[in-house]
Write a protein that binds this ligand. Structure first.
Ligand SMILES: [Zn+2]
Length: 73
C-alpha cells in the first residue's frame, strides 16, 4: 500500500497517478532510492549508538581500573 504524496489518499502499489487528485506518484526507482537512503541513515545511527556504547563501556572500565588502583594503594 502507498499513499498519494499530494492528497494523502490510499493508492495501490505501482500507481503512476493518483485516482483522486491526479497527482503523479513517485515511481518505484525513487521509492527504492529513498529506502536505500533510509537504510543508510539507520545504519549510521546504529554505528553511532555502538560507538557511544563503547565509549560508555570504556569510561566504566576506566572507572573500575581507578577503583582497583585506589584499593591497591
Ligand atoms: Zn492524490
Amino acid at each position: 500500500m502507498a499513499f498519494c504524496t499530494t492528497c494523502g489518499q490510499m493508492q495501490a502499489d505501482g500507481t503512476r497517478f493518483c485516482r483522486f487528485c491526479g497527482g503523479q506518484q513517485p515511481n518505484e526507482q525513487l521509492i527504492a532510492a529513498l529506502r536505500r537512503e533510509a537504510e543508510a541513515i539507520r545504519f549510521q545511527l546504529q554505528q553511532l549508538q555502538a560507538q557511544q556504547m563503547q565509549a560508555q563501556q570504556m569510561r566504566q572500565m576506566g572507572y573500575n581500573n581507578q577503583q582497583q588502583q585506589q584499593r591497591r594503594w
